[in-house]
Every structure is written in structure tokens, then in C-alpha cells.
Design a protein around this ligand. Structure first.
Ligand SMILES: Cc1cc2nc3c(=O)[nH]c(=O)nc-3n(C[C@H](O)[C@H](O)[C@H](O)COP(=O)(O)OP(=O)(O)OC[C@H]3O[C@@H](n4cnc5c(N)ncnc54)[C@H](O)[C@@H]3O)c2cc1C
Length: 415
């Protein structure tokens, strides 16, 4: 039996571990904490079937000026931290050119198309409770008709090219669908095919339970203790003692480049920080998650309260939290729904692990046979984990992959 250590028990690692185990591998899944307590815990919980095109960097002068002058709330940056981001941001900018973005999107759409079906397979096997997941989409509020018109044109193109389902809602239709809203602006787009999860960390934990029930081993350990054996294979220290395997999967999300540096790879990652905080709802709240397109945040009904998740923040690697975007988002949301006190005393902070070409890294490390990589899922790792985990397991097992793996090859960024 082939054996593998999967490092990282976020959505990417747990899903890869399950798919490998189901193909006959003996799998040890190792994390320094509990499964699904980091980035896969803190997100907006949307399984984004509509996200067939990854988010490019804006290239028009008006959008860039809006970011540069701090007028928008989608993106914020600390001026002093920018030099540390500039290399990966320039590459991101280059890959965001329309023709390159079209090529990237063709590959991305292939895995996004599998996302809900591949989640469903794991949800059924895990016995995920019905009230954890909704299959009714989410909505995107627009305050200006011009912006809603522009986004409707985009939505129509996504429907034509990729079959993405959406409906444009008038202010009256939005008010009927969300009676808790105090303002409905110009209306909304309702993305119909996406699913929403009321506790993202609980879904990862349910998949991790399934992994154990199906015979997998879940261990505590520090990935930094990973070492290559001179004759091939790898060893790792865990809380339960040393572990050895012929293969390793690195699924450490935003921490992946740190480990790979130890193996001689410098991986440029676009590190987009994001915050969340839950609020008590005093009125009717929201039925489905709502993205406020003018203020760049998502308000998602969760088990713990109404969760606001923010857009991207570029700060120093270890910079303390500065939840400026969260403050603006909270003020905007208070104009839309009756919101009570925050649930937590301090907001949650995490990092989206984005690659400069917006595609995750899936495949074998260029110079280390047996070292497999599964990270860099950016804005949609919660969505993509099961689909890309399947792709990785197929490649490792020598099966015909469900989609062409070439665009995801590690050699793009692991040099
Ligand atoms: C604010 C915000 C909102 C988002 N909203 C969405 C959304 O709605 N939909 C969507 O699809 N995606 C969303 N995302 C993106 C998504 O959350 C991530 O892409 C995804 O969670 C990444 O999963 P992962 O398994 O790669 O990383 P993680 O979930 O971070 O898992 C990495 C694991 O590695 C472990 N680890 C790290 N270092 C070590 C070490 N040295 N030793 C052992 N273990 C270690 C960590 O403990 C962790 O469990 C959002 C992200 C943010 C920040």
C-alpha cells in the first residue's frame, strides 16, 4: 500500500486526504491544531459555483486610483508594507491582462464546475446535517443602477459562456426576498448555483471525521520538522512520535511557501489578509448571504451570528490587525439591517493564499520526487478543496485526471 503524509488539515488538506484514502493510499493527516480552524474556518462560507473567473487585479486607471487613494473598501494597503508585496503584485497585474485572464479562467472554470458535485459527494458520505448547507445561492446588492447594469452585462456573459445561473432583482423583489433589509438600493444580482454554509469550520471538521471513520489517521505535528530521507521518502515528528512515508502533500494554505523555502523553493504568493466578526441580529437579519458591492464585504448568516467578512488587505507579514475595512463594512451594514453588538471582543484575521496567476498549485514539486503540492487556492479554497483534492489524488495515483492539470503545474511558481 502506498503511504502519504498530508500536511495541513484545512479544506485543501482534508479533501486531498479523503480522495487519496479512497484510492487505496494509507494516509496520515497532520496539523498543528484542530482541522478547519484557520483560513477554512474564517471565510464567508460560500461554495462559489458562480466564480468561474478568478478575481483579476483591476487595470483601469479609475479602479487603481480608487485603491491608491483609499476611497474603496474592497482593498486596503499599508504604504510601508508595499515593497514586500510589489514583486508578487506585479506578476498578478501581468496575469490580469484580459487575454491572459481569459486563459486562466478557462482552467479555473473547469475545477469550479466540479465544486458543488464534489462537495455533495463528501457531504453525503459525511452525513452533514441539512441545516449546515443551503443550496439557494447568495445575493449581491448594488446601490447604483449604472453598476448593477454593468454587473448584469458581466453576469449575462458568464451565463452564455459558462452556464452560470443568475437573476436580476428589482428593489421590490429584493425587499420581498429579504424583508429584514432597511434599504435595497438599485436592486441585486442573485447568483443561483452557489451554496452557502452556516459554519465553514464545521464542514471541514465533518470531512475530517469522515476521513477518520474511513480509516485515516489524524495527528498533531509541526510541518517544519519535515525532512527528506537520503534514500527517498520523508520523515516528520508528530506528537505521537516519528512518522515516515514515501510521499508528502503540502496543503498548508498561506503557510505553504514557508515550508517550501526549507526545500529550496521561493514561492511568490499574493497574501490578501481578510477579517471577520459576528454580530447579534436584533431584527429579521438576512435569509441568504449578501455581498455589498459598494463597500466590498459579505454579510453571511452563520450559526454564531451575522458574519461580516472583508475584502483584501496588504500589510506586513506579521503586522498587527488593523480592521479598518471591517469598521467601514459594519457602518454600511448597520444602514441595511438591524445589527446588535459584536459577538467576539476582537475580530478574526486570516490570509487568502493567492498565486500571482490566480490558479492553485497542484502537482509534484519540480526537484523533489514524492513531494506533492496542493495550495494557493486564493479567494475560493473553501469552494475548490474537494475538486482540486480529487485532481491531486488522480495525479498521484496515475489515473486520467478529471481536468487537464497542466495549468496548475508547480513549476510555474516553485523555482
Ligand atoms: C475573509 C475571507 C473570506 C473568504 N471567503 C471565501 C468563500 O466564501 N468561499 C471560498 O471558497 N473561499 C473563501 N475564502 C478563501 C478560503 O478560505 C481559502 O482559500 C481556504 O480556506 C484555504 O484553505 P487551505 O486548506 O489551503 O488553508 P487553511 O484552511 O489555512 O489550512 C492550512 C492548515 O495548515 C495548518 N498549518 C499551518 N502551518 C502548519 C505547520 N507548521 N504545521 C502543521 N500545520 C500547519 C493550519 O493549522 C491549517 O489548518 C475566504 C478567505 C478569507 C480570508
Amino acid at each position: 500500500m502506498r503511504d502519504v503524509i498530508v500536511l495541513g488539515a484545512g479544506m485543501a488538506g482534508v479533501a486531498a486526504a479523503l480522495h487519496l484514502q479512497r484510492r487505496g493510499w494509507s494516509v496520515a493527516l497532520v496539523d498543528r491544531g484542530e482541522p478547519g480552524r484557520e483560513t477554512s474556518f474564517g471565510n464567508a462560507g460560500i461554495i462559489q459555483a458562480e466564480a468561474v473567473e478568478p478575481y483579476p487585479m483591476p487595470r483601469d486607471i479609475a479602479s487603481l486610483l480608487k485603491v491608491a487613494t483609499g476611497r474603496g473598501n474592497d482593498v486596503r494597503y499599508d504604504l510601508l508594507a508595499l515593497p514586500g508585496h510589489v514583486g508578487s503584485l506585479l506578476r498578478y497585474w501581468w496575469h490580469s491582462a484580459p487575454a491572459r485572464h481569459r486563459t486562466v479562467s478557462a482552467a479555473y472554470a473547469g475545477v469550479i464546475a466540479r465544486s458543488t458535485a464534489d462537495h455533495q459527494e463528501l457531504m453525503t458520505a459525511a452525513g452533514v446535517p441539512d441545516d449546515l448547507v443551503r443550496r439557494d445561492g447568495f445575493r449581491e446588492l448594488h446601490r447604483s443602477v449604472a453598476l448593477l447594469d454593468a454587473d448584469t452585462v458581466l453576469a449575462e456573459r458568464l451565463r452564455t459562456e459558462f452556464g452560470v445561473g443568475y437573476r436580476r432583482l428589482s428593489p421590490a423583489e429584493l425587499a420581498a426576498a429579504e424583508p429584514g433589509l432597511k434599504a435595497t438600493g438599485a436592486g441585486a444580482l442573485h447568483w443561483l448555483d452557489s451554496w452557502t454554509v452556516r459554519d465553514p469550520g464545521a464542514l471541514v471538521a465533518a470531512y475530517a471525521d469522515l476521513f477518520e471513520r474511513e480509516g485515516g489517521t489524524l495527528l498533531r505535528g509541526d510541518a517544519a520538522t519535515l525532512a527528506a530521507e537520503p534514500g527517498g521518502g520523508f520523515r516528520l515528528r508528530t506528537a505521537d512520535g516519528p512518522l515516515a512515508a514515501s510521499a508528502v502533500v503540502v496543503a498548508l494554505g498561506p503557510w505553504s511557501p514557508e515550508l517550501l523555502r526549507r526545500f529550496g523553493y521561493r514561492v511568490p504568493m499574493v497574501r490578501k489578509r481578510g477579517y471577520h466578526r459576528h454580530y447579534k441580529v436584533t431584527g429579521r437579519g438576512l435569509d441568504l448571504p449578501l455581498r455589498d458591492s459598494d463597500f466590498g464585504y459579505v454579510a453571511a448568516p452563520m450559526t454564531t451570528g451575522l458574519r461580516i467578512t472583508t475584502g483584501a488587505e496588504f500589510a506586513g507579514a506579521e503586522a498587527p490587525p488593523k480592521p479598518i475595512q471591517l469598521g467601514r463594512a459594519e457602518a454600511a451594514l448597520r444602514g441595511l439591517v438591524d445589527l446588535g453588538e459584536p459577538v467576539e471582543t476582537v475580530p478574526w484575521l486570516g490570509t487568502r493564499p493567492c498565486m500571482p496567476d490566480m490558479l492553485p498549485v497542484i502537482g509534484q514539486a519540480p526537484r523533489h520526487p514524492g513531494l506533492w503540492l496542493h495550495f494557493g487556492h486564493g479567494h475560493q479554497g473553501f469552494t475548490l478543496g474537494p475538486a482540486t483534492g480529487r485532481l491531486l489524488a488522480e495525479m498521484m495515483t496515475g489515473e486520467t485526471p478529471v481536468v487537464d492539470p497542466a495549468p496548475f503545474a508547480p513549476a510555474r511558481w516553485c523555482r
